[in-house]
Design a protein around this ligand. Structure first.
Ligand code: NCD
Length: 322
């Protein structure tokens, strides 16, 4: 894994939460809290990214992540370029590198990349100029660091602690970069009771998620949980996904109001979106009093502002003088 901090300990790239210490994560969450504004309040407007150009390169579809990176950059004064690149899947690294060099020549400072192929963000880190940063907005099934941070922020705002929490992640964990990054975030921040709840075929390999418990029954998995994170079945990452019986899945693993009673009475219900109502979660729960799903979206902008501002502060030190 590449170093994501510079020599002075400043955040330079963000492609995974792996290897980042608790202090770095907490620092980003503290900063995000400062940027956070409730819907209806005036959005935070700052100049932390004045003179910076951020390019969003999303090679996979995205609504909320892309919109929130876009808004985060603009609200801090950056020029934001959102491209719709069409990468040919083979030699994608090469064609992507041409795009990167072209945009670097136009003084782009930060690249926000989403791609279905593993390894692209790391490859780019090895090739960008010393005054340029790479942020992953989702790498294959492996990593989605800003989602992990926004989930952690949402939990912290409600629970004020990570130690002692019982957290259940339910659904298609095997294919979920959100599960990987969120589990990483909360475990680094001090949560030790993390339960992975899924049918056998959707559990990750035994070698992954060190320290988490595996569970193939939702009742057992969410019993007494303080936080229940529901995940989408990611058909696009499955060979035979289309064959899924949605009604049967909902019966066995869906979260409805009845099941939610098994969790702690003040449990938070979370979902990274997009939701499949009636497949992994009922509308009653998704829109119910325990749901913080829209707060997650709100926190997503704040967290991306915090990441961009931290990276801009680091890049300032690496820029060439006029
Ligand atoms: C997730 C993603 O793209 O990884 N969505 C998101 O970023 N909010 C989860 C998903 O696609 O199911």
């Amino acid at each position: 894994m590449r170093e994501q901090l510079d020599g002075a300990g400043g955040l330079r790239h963000l492609i995974t939460l792996e290897g980042l210490h608790r202090e770095v994560l907490s620092g980003l969450l503290d900063r995000a809290e400062k940027y956070r504004r409730l819907p209806g309040q005036p959005a935070y407007e700052g100049r932390e990214l004045a003179g910076f150009t951020v390019a969003n390169l999303f090679f996979e579809p995205s609504t909320r992540t892309r919109a929130s990176f876009d808004l985060a950059g603009r609200r801090l004064g950056a020029h934001v370029l959102s491209l719709d690149p069409h990468g040919s899947s083979r030699a994608k690294g090469e064609t992507m590198l041409d795009t990167i060099y072209t945009l670097e020549a136009m003084n782009t400072d930060v690249f926000v990349i989403r791609d279905s192929e593993a390894g692209i963000p790391e490859f780019l880190i090895d090739h960008v100029a010393p005054h340029v940063s790479v942020i992953s907005a989702g790498e294959a099934h492996l990593s989605h660091p800003t989602q992990g941070l926004l989930d952690a922020l949402t939990i912290r705002m409600h629970k004020r602690r990570f130690a002692g929490l019982k957290l259940a992640i339910v659904g298609d964990i095997k294919h979920s970069r959100v599960a990987r990054s969120t589990a990483h975030a909360v475990m680094t921040l001090g949560t030790s009771d993390v339960r992975l709840v899924a049918p056998e075929g959707l559990l990750p390999a035994e070698t992954e998620f060190r320290g988490a418990h595996r569970c193939t029954g939702i009742e057992e998995g969410i019993a007494g949980a303080d936080v229940v994170i529901m995940l989408r079945i990611q058909r696009e990452r499955m060979a035979h996904g289309a064959a899924l019986d949605e009604a049967a899945y909902f019966r066995e693993f869906g979260l409805d109001a009845q099941r939610l009673k098994l969790a702690s009475p003040d449990a938070l219900v979370m979902h990274p979106g997009p939701m499949n109502r009636g497949v992994e979660i009922s509308s009653e729960v998704a829109d119910g009093p325990r749901s913080v799903i829209r707060e997650q979206v709100n926190n997503g902008v704040a967290v991306r502002m915090a990441v961009l501002a931290s990276i801009a502060a680091t890049l300032t030190r690496h820029r060439k003088p006029l």
